[in-house]
Structures are given as structure tokens and as C-alpha cells.
Design a protein around this ligand. Structure first.
Ligand code: ADP
Ligand code: MG
Ligand code: MG
Length: 204
């Protein structure tokens, strides 16, 4: 995965999020304040505009993450921005990212989200999609899968993790204000994490 592929991931994620913005916002309207899809659409549009020319994969993700932090409203902006910046830092100066390096970057992204948001597994947040995605990636890697197959495993793990948020009661973010009334709804941030990792799998 080179810088051009990294940029293509962010562009494809922006396209999928734009196409899905209404659904993500509807999910957030049910248990939050109904802005998640539009927040992310704005953030990823800014990320695409900020993509550097002739940079490394690391610099590409750091630029995207910085744009997302500054342009995405709500709790999810700093969390996704941190995730991308941490992943970018983990890439270092490498011009080409192999399967192990991408796995380490996804792990670094998860660590960043956990540190900033302090959400535990099962709190009904984006962590519940990102954590199983990272685990699935690492399992595939240990089984000898190549980068594309690892990314497909991560996307699958994220989709299953997102689906598993439905019966959870929210303990972080706005949805936690609803207490038990948050049960029975898909977490919007977990849903968007699945979209972003699907974009990765599609791209690589
Ligand atoms: P806001 O709630 O500020 O309007 P968004 O609607 O853009 O922000 O994002 C809401 C999503 O952010 C939630 O669905 C959840 O997945 C995620 N989220 C909120 N708080 C946290 C947290 N502390 N840790 C991890 N994810 C969180
Ligand atoms: Mg919201
Ligand atoms: Mg909001």
C-alpha cells in the first residue's frame, strides 16, 4: 500500500460516507442528536481536500486526520482524527506499507480512540466496531493472509461488531443519556467505522 493507495482509501471512504450520510444521521437521530452522517461527510470532504501530493502514506493519513479534527463537529471528529493521525504516525516514513505495518497502524488507531474517548468494549461506541476489526485483521495476518485479505477480514469484523452494538446499552457519548432506551439501536459511530473499513478493503 503506497501513498496513492492510502489517498484512494480516504477518497473512497468520503464517497461511501457521502452516499450513506442520511442513514448515519438517521441512526444518530434515534439515540443521539441526528448529525453523525453530516458531521462525517463534512469531515471527510475536508480530508479529501487536504490530501497532499507526493507524500508518504504516513503524511497522507496525518493530513487527513488533521482536517477531520478541524472540520468534523461532535464527538466523532476528534476520535476519527486521532485514529487517522495515530495510524499515520505508526507508518513512519515508509513509502510502502506491508500487511504487518497496516495491522500495527490499525492497532495504533484503536489505542488512540480508547485513550481519547475512554470507552470500554461493550459501551456501544465506535470501539465496538474498531476493536473486532483489529482483532480480525491480526488473526488473518497470523494465518498468513496478504494485506488485501487482512483488510477484508477487518471490514467483516467491523460490520459484525457494529451489528453487535444493537442490544448494547450506551455508556459513552450522547446515547448514554438515554440509558436503557438506547438498547435496540445500531450505534452510528460503529456503523461509520464499518463503512470506513469497507472502504479500505475495497481500495487495497
Ligand atoms: P455527537 O454525539 O457529539 O453529536 P457524532 O454524532 O458525530 O457526535 O458521533 C457519535 C458517535 O461517536 C457515537 O455513535 C459513538 O460511536 C462515538 N462516540 C461518542 N463518544 C465516544 C467515546 N467516548 N469513545 C468512543 N466513541 C464515542
Ligand atoms: Mg451526533
Ligand atoms: Mg452533535
Amino acid at each position: 500500500m503506497d501513498a496513492e493507495t492510502t489517498a484512494a482509501w480516504i477518497r473512497h471512504a468520503a464517497d461511501l460516507i457521502a452516499a450513506d450520510a442520511e442513514r448515519l444521521t438517521r441512526l444518530d437521530a434515534a439515540i443521539g442528536d441526528g448529525d453523525h452522517g453530516h458531521n462525517l461527510d463534512r469531515g471527510f470532504t475536508a480530508a479529501v481536500a487536504a490530501l497532499p501530493n507526493g507524500a508518504t502514506p504516513g503524511k497522507t493519513l496525518i493530513a487527513a486526520g488533521r482536517a477531520i479534527v478541524s472540520k468534523t463537529g461532535g464527538a466523532s471528529g476528534p476520535l476519527y482524527g486521532t485514529a487517522l493521525r495515530r495510524a499515520g504516525k505508526s507508518f513512519g516514513d515508509a513509502g510502502e506499507i506491508d500487511a504487518a505495518a497496516l495491522g500495527a497502524a490499525l492497532r495504533a488507531a484503536l489505542d488512540g480512540v480508547r485513550e481519547l474517548g475512554q470507552a470500554a468494549d461493550g459501551d456501544k461506541t465506535m470501539v465496538d466496531a474498531l476493536a473486532p476489526a483489529v482483532t480480525a485483521y491480526e488473526t488473518a495476518l497470523a494465518d498468513g493472509a496478504d494485506l488485501a485479505a487482512c483488510a477484508r477480514a477487518a471490514a467483516q469484523g467491523a460490520a459484525e461488531g457494529a451489528e453487535a452494538t444493537v442490544p448494547m446499552e450506551a455508556r459513552k457519548g450522547r446515547a448514554s443519556y438515554l440509558g436503557p432506551r438506547s438498547v435496540g439501536h445500531l450505534d452510528p459511530g460503529a456503523a461509520s467505522t464499518a463503512v470506513i473499513l469497507q472502504a479500505l478493503a475495497d481500495t487495497v
